[in-house]
Design a protein around this ligand. Structure first.
Ligand code: T1G
Length: 707
């Protein structure tokens, strides 16, 4: 007996159940089990029809991505050859009804589409998310999906990778019924109805009614490519998905399937597939933290108290309210509190306008946020998050205050982007309860939460912080307590190098263009303007950057600060901003850069985009290697998760460390050595990077060896 697939009989219907926790992936054994279950069910005189259902939380969520990872890295992989299985399902003489709940994704949807009918639970979702992994559907999804939903919808689903809810699937023709309540009973009843009506068993592969013709579809293909360029800039797989759907229209079914397999095979060995599959597992790996086990107590969180209703505090309050938590939001003065609440209201209004929330949903959320000027109710909060100004003295004063108020089990979080957690914790008698919670702005939108472990932070507090991140729909990455933690510590050399480049002859616009061309969501000067040149100035002072004599200092940023050019908030920074926050280059700034450089005798030259990328991104990678070696990041993969989710690093490059692996550490180390010779100490190669390069190894291998 196959433990992954079993068959029972309900009212004369063979019920085939897939039970491969956690998500019923098509791991080795599942397709084989399904194939023999189908053969048996077809031979079983006691079965009039067949229902396939998933045990646990979902129908099949796709192929086993572990196997895809092996394939991507050229290792022996047991990728399911589903062609024969899908043909067996489709050719079944007995009606096949697929009962879908949870996430019917990828290979799961492909199996489902081979059935004659599909019945879905109302809260189920269906999709072909393969592009998220840098690949296209590989089990005939690009051939059957357009036959069921039409070419336009199929392109949209395969290009964006976004799942659709059951109701939309019904409207599109992907499923035949949406049911509430007992899914299995409904599916069995549906199957019996098909039998009693002697309804025809239409094979999806035989259908052509929704396919159209190559000529008429030409604009749809062009629109699909345009959509790909828009939502997945630079990605290969979405374009290949369009090609495969074109083949569904132009070729007979079997030939179309062959074409899909070719395109799939091309995609799976690309750098992008490797990078995206890496990113998938990296994101799920961050919660694995030494010292935290299944036995570690995670404290329940229902009520969060926030100190400070500014940009960060307000955003954190929204993130908590969105997750259904009760929120106390404290400010020192009424005017600031009112301003904070107004901003929250305004942000929610925008979400309603954009259709993200309903007006009622917003009222529910607003009702969860209690504005206040005192500490009332803080004694029963599960988590307190201090989110005031980035100033050590103020933060310490607040921690000294809440020490006497917070309950014994309360998590004491500080939202700092750079300050020393241990120093903050030192003012309390319970440093084990103190943890850094570095949210990213806007905190209600950005997925990253850096969770900073101080030297005393207890495992329980850390585990609770990780659970809180999950509850807030964020990805929590544990970082050690070094200045800037993981993300900002890496950003400093990257940002300063960009500034040196403009002093040497590039313009902010050129640097930003090179970076966005590389794939970054924003250029670093645009980021500086968004985060605030005043904020960067304060951080620089607090961390005593450039305090040592003899180091090269950026010449312009302090001048911009002194001119009151704080970036977007003042309409001027490195760029000029219009009312819609659209940036245009400012000749005055370029002039300021040129005259400052001339004053310092800096030679001027031009830079290619490649040189710009090397100087900036390699600085990022070099610092990442240091952080990893010093143990402030648990894994290279954690650094990648930080940069993809908090700093706009393109997922298709896998994050800075995976990107370094793919460029080749030897090449990077050689270039860094040249920069070191030319620019001196700030380019000292990170010892780990140098060592791995010499040994011919990668950061990925470094992670695997330590796992
Ligand atoms: N394969 C292997 N492991 C998987 C997996 C999969 N498809 N999906 C999830 N896991 C693991 C995951 O690593 C984690 O493990 C645990 O399950 C829970 O996941 C032939 C080629 C299903 C919506 O892309 O979108 O089919 O960390 O923490 O938030 O054409 O996982 O606990 O050890 O994410 O509830 C297409 C990807 C594959 C689905 C559940 N399918 N997965 O989310 O839990 S390609 C996908 C997800 C394919 C065919 C092609 C989500 C989820 P661990 P989780 P969750």
């Amino acid at each position: 007996m196959n433990p992954l697939v079993s068959t029972t009989n309900q009212s004369g219907v063979a019920v085939i159940t897939i039970d491969n926790p956690p998500v019923n992936a098509l791991s080795p054994g599942v397709p084989e089990g399904l194939a023999s279950a189908f053969t048996a069910a077809n031979a079983d005189v006691g079965a009039k029809a067949i229902v396939v259902i998933g045990a646990g939380r979902t129908f099949i969520a796709g192929a086993d991505i572990k196997e895809l990872e092996y394939a991507a890295w050229g290792q022996p992989a047991k990728l399911p050859a589903l062609h024969d299985l899908l043909a067996t399902i489709e050719n079944s003489a007995k009606p096949v009804v697929m009962a879908l709940h949870g996430t019917t994704f990828g290979g799961g949807l492909e199996v489902a589409m081979a059935g004659h009918y599909r019945v879905a639970a109302r809260d189920g979702v269906m999709g072909q998310p393969e592009v998220n992994l840098g690949i296209i559907p590989g089990a005939e999804g690009t051939q059957r999906l357009p036959r069921l939903v039409g070419v336009e919808k199929a392109i949209e689903m395969c290009v964006t990778g976004k799942p659709i809810p059951a109701a939309d699937a019904l409207a599109a023709g992907l499923v035949d019924a949406v049911v509430d309540g007992q899914l299995l009973d409904s599916a069995v009843a549906f199957a019996l109805d098909v039998v009693s009506r002697n309804a025809p068993l239409v094979k999806t592969s035989d259908r052509t009614d929704k396919l159209g013709t190559p000529e008429r579809n030409a604009p749809l293909y062009a629109a699909g490519c345009a959509l790909a360029a828009k939502v997945r800039r630079g990605a290969i797989a979405p374009l290949k998905a369009v090609d495969a759907i074109e083949a569904a229209v132009a070729l007979p079914f079997d030939e179309g399937c062959r074409r899909e397999r070719e395109l799939f095979s091309e995609c799976v060995v690309t750098d992008q597939a490797r990078a995206l599959i890496h990113a998938f597992f990296a994101e799920r790996g961050v919660a694995k933290v030494p010292g935290i086990t299944k036995e570690t107590t995670v404290r329940p969180v229902g009520k969060v108290a926030i100190i400070g209703a500014g940009t960060m505090g307000g955003g954190i309050a929204m993130a908590c309210a969105n997750a259904g938590l009760q929120v106390l939001l404290k400010e020192a003065e009424q005017a600031a509190l009112d301003r904070g609440m107004e901003t929250i209201r305004k942000n929610y209004d925008v979400s309603v306008k954009r259709g993200r929330f309903t007006p009622e949903g917003v009222e529910e959320r607003m009702a969860r946020i209690h504005p206040q000027l005192d500490y009332a109710g803080f004694d029963s909060a599960d988590v307190i998050i201090e989110a005031v100004f980035e100033d050590m003295a103020i933060k310490k004063a607040i921690f000294a205050e809440i020490e006497g108020i917070a309950g014994a089990d309360c998590v004491l979080g500080t939202n700092t982007s750079t300050l020393n957690i241990d120093e903050i914790a030192s003012v309390t008698k319970r440093p084990g309860s103190v943890v850094g919670l570095h949210f990213f702005s806007p905190a209600n939108v950005m997925r990253l939460l850096e969770i900073v472990r101080g030297k005393a932070t207890s495992s329980e507090i850390l585990a609770t912080a990780l659970a809180l991140a999950k509850k807030l729909n964020k990805v929590g990455v544990v970082a050690g307590n070094c200045p800037g933690f993981i993300g900002n510590r890496m950003m400093f050399p990257y940002m300063y190098e960009a500034q040196f480049l403009v002093e040497e002859g590039a313009t902010p616009e050129q640097v930003d263009k090179a970076l966005t061309g590389f794939g970054m969501a924003m250029g670093i000067f645009a980021v500086d303007d968004m985060a605030g040149i005043d904020v960067a100035w304060r951080v620089r002072k607090a961390l005593r950057h450039f305090a040592e004599p003899g180091v090269r200092r950026p010449l312009v940023q302090d001048q911009l600060f002194e001119m009151g050019r704080y970036g977007q908030k003042t309409g001027r920074g490195w760029y000029i901003y219009d009312a819609n926050r659209k940036a245009t280059p400012d000749p005055e700034v370029v002039e300021l850069i040129r005259s400052s450089a001339a004053g310092a005798g800096i030679a001027q030259r031009t830079f290619t985009p490649e040189e710009i990328i090397e100087r900036t991104v390699y600085a990022l990678i070099n610092e990442g290697a240091r952080i990893l070696e010093e143990g402030y990041a648990l894994r290279a993969a954690d650094i990648d998760v930080v940069y993809i989710n908090g700093y706009g690093f393109p997922a298709r490059l896998g994050g800075p460390m995976m990107c370094a692996d793919q460029i080749g550490l030897a090449k990077i180390a050689a270039r860094i050595a040249e920069f070191h010779a030319e620019f001196g100490e700030r380019w000292t190669p990170a010892p780990l990077l140098a060592r791995l390069a010499t040994e011919g190894k990668t950061f990925r291998e470094f992670d695997l060896e330590r796992a």
